[in-house]
Design a protein around this ligand. Structure first.
Ligand code: ZN
Ligand code: ZN
Length: 344
């Protein structure tokens, strides 16, 4: 904050609030200055906040859109500016804040806490690895149950049950089960479509453990794949292996993305790879770093992110293979270990 000439910092984004204070409720904001750390919340969360955020002074407010007390404190303390999270603060909150601010300058900030969160502490890696382990276990239990004639919804339900049984707190995102031509939808949520033998089935899902998420995708076929299905699958798998084997501290995120993209380009398939190669995973399922052509961060030790190349052809189908890695000094450690056989 000193380096950015910020005297006070208002935090309104829940994952950042949890990261800095430990408070996991849905309605609160933090105000941090050089000397003070305040957590403002309403009656419903007073006890929880005191238990979860012991290093913060808990202050009761009528609602988390009411900043009057905070502003009064800042004015009394002689504070001249306050940083706000520009990609999170709603327009109505901003207007209230601006009306109350009485000469205190509002300084928009983006990615401040998010960039710190991109580098995980070992205790965070352990939680993400535990979530990935739960997802692996549930997937292993699911595979023998998948049969032709099931709906995509049936598969999602079986998987969700096993994830929860294995210790996942909730789904970090709605489970994707996309079969046949629907597998060309990168984010095709499970539908009532009935699965048949010989069709591509893409399943993208994760678990949550102690607030931390995992993320993994597998694509497979019940029965024997066609020649084209196998070719496309192998092309995606090779792109993933190429990216994984080149992960190294100090390399640019965009450079890793380009390796996978160039691999598809070599076969004339680059236009079917329409999304980034990967994204950070932690308290949120999509966070920094971003591995894409525009990903401007440099890989650092302790980053946890996905490597998920995919090819999607409208009317035919698609393949995505996604693993989660933590970058170590010695290279990537892969946290997801479910098998990658095309045929089940
Ligand atoms: Zn995913
Ligand atoms: Zn992902």
């Amino acid at each position: 904050m000193d380096a950015r000439n910020i005297e006070a910092f208002l935090l309104t984004n829940p994952p950042n609030i949890f990261y800095l204070s430990g408070f996991s409720g849905s309605s609160a904001y933090l105000c941090i200055t050089e000397k003070t750390a305040h957590l403002y919340t309403d009656f419903r969360y007073l006890q929880q906040a005191a238990e979860e955020a012991p290093s913060f002074e808990i202050i009761k407010v009528g609602s988390s859109e009411n900043f009057d007390e905070m502003i009064a404190f800042l004015l009394k303390s002689g504070i001249k500016n306050i940083a706000v999270e520009e990609s999170n603060l709603t327009l109505s909150s901003y207007n209230r804040l601006k009306a109350a601010a009485q000469g205190i300058e509002l300084i928009p900030q983006s990615r401040f806490v998010e960039e710190i969160r991109a580098i995980k502490e070992e205790s965070e890696v352990e939680k993400i690895a535990a979530a990935a382990g739960i997802a692996d276990q549930a997937f292993q239990q699911l595979l023998p149950l998948v049969k032709p004639g099931m709906r995509e919804d049936d598969i999602a339900l079986e998987l969700e049950y096993r994830l929860r049984k294995a210790g996942s707190q909730k789904n970090p995102f709605d489970i994707i089960v996309a079969s046949g031509p629907r597998s060309a939808l990168p984010h095709g949520l499970a539908s009532s479509r009935i699965i048949e033998e010989g069709e591509l089935i893409t399943i993208d899902f994760g678990a949550v453990f102690s607030g931390y998420s995992s993320d993994m995708t597998r694509t497979f076929i019940i029965g024997e794949p066609s020649k084209k299905q196998r070719e496309i699958y192998n092309m995606v798998l090779e792109a993933q292996e190429l990216a994984l084997s080149n992960l190294q501290i100090g390399k640019a995120c965009a450079e890793i993305d380009k390796l996978a993209r160039d691999h598809f380009q070599k076969y004339g398939y680059a236009s079917y790879f329409g999304h980034g190669l990967g994204h950070g995973v932690g308290l949120e399922v999509h966070e920094l770093p971003t591995l894409s052509p525009k990903g401007n961060m440099i890989l650092e030790e302790g980053m946890v992110f996905t490597v998920e190349p995919g090819l999607y052809m409208r009317g035919w189908g698609g393949v995505r293979i996604e693993d989660l890695v933590v970058l170590r000094n010695s290279g990537p450690e892969i946290l997801t270990s479910a098998p990658k056989e095309l045929s089940i």
